[in-house]
Design a protein around this ligand. Sequence first.
Ligand code: PLP
Length: 398
Amino acid sequence: MTTDPKLTKLRTELDSRRSRHLYRSTRVADSPQQPHRHIDGKALLTFCSNDYLGLANHPDVIHAFQQAANTYGVGSGAAHLVNGHSRPHQQLEEALAAFTGRERALLFSTGYMANLGVVNALLNGRNDVVYADRLNHASLVDAGLLSAAKLIRYPHNDTHHLGKRLLAQEGEGATQLILTDGVFSMDGDVAPLSRLAKLARHHDAWLMVDDAHGFGVLGKTGAGLVEAEGLTQDDVPILMSTLGKALGTAGAFIAGSHDLIDYLIQTARTWIYTTAQPPAVAAATLASLQLVQTEPWRREHLQALIQQFRQGATQLGVPLMPSSTAIQPIMVGSSAKALELSRKLEERGILVTAIRPPTVPVDTARLRVTLSAAHTREDVERLLDALSNSFLKSKSYR
Ligand SMILES: Cc1ncc(COP(=O)(O)O)c(C=O)c1O
């Protein structure tokens, strides 16, 4: 083994992570994203993807992808402003704007980049302030940290506290931005969007909602939490969602006013200085957006599975979190226990990954169960059965 001190330092950090049960590694799947998968050579029933509507492996989506690859090739070959912007990108942006009831939409290659790009484009003065919910996704936290603005993290969903912080900044004349997940990615609960919209309006601040886990799933037509709450572009001027979750493909978008999008095109560095996503991915997303709109049964079935899981788990005494969405985490606490319980489920052929710090706060490691419209009632029964057999009988639990 090399004695290079730089590498020794890395190895020490890796060892420390192992000893604290925080070490992570990838698993290798040899089948598509769907509930029944082959992972590391094992047949597993999985409850941990974000493919909430079961579209990642849908034949229409695959077909659209293949057709567009035949027409446009694979790589886009350039950034959007150079010559990487193709017809499917344009059509998808128009379709997303229409679907979300916004004036215009802009495609980003990933949600992480969309969040970084918008926050850094809008807040560039030292007096500017980002207010971020303490349980926001890492990409929103990083967006605030990497911007020139001051970052204020407010207690989870505490609009009273946020109001006081906004009041304290009054008269500074700086740009202010309230930043929140719509559905909180590791908890499954939702942000109080109407109250946040009121506060933003009152204090003349921007409101940006990352609806990565609500888009496609919530709202009558699947347009997300903002639709479910009846909020317009005036209420939520910056709407973001990823396309790699309920839409089953990849990428992300920002939707808002013409002026906002025009400004981002000129200034959002993570949009300007990167290769446009492959046009075939945009074409595939157009197909899945179509399915979101024409197959409401997917949302209905998902809701029924959520009820089934919550009822069954409650009867078993499993400690669920206050979530009515497809994200149904089981709070465990210590990382070691969360890993052990995940392993026990896996011995029964069920995969639910343990989510540990720093993804979640210290001592709140959990099994993040997620449900999908691709699951059946029998799949959920199997999960409940495995929970009652291995999980609740485990001495190490609680
Ligand atoms: C709330 C939230 N925002 C943003 C992202 C990042 O999106 P992407 O995977 O497209 O980079 C994720 C997860 O991936 C997320 O859960």
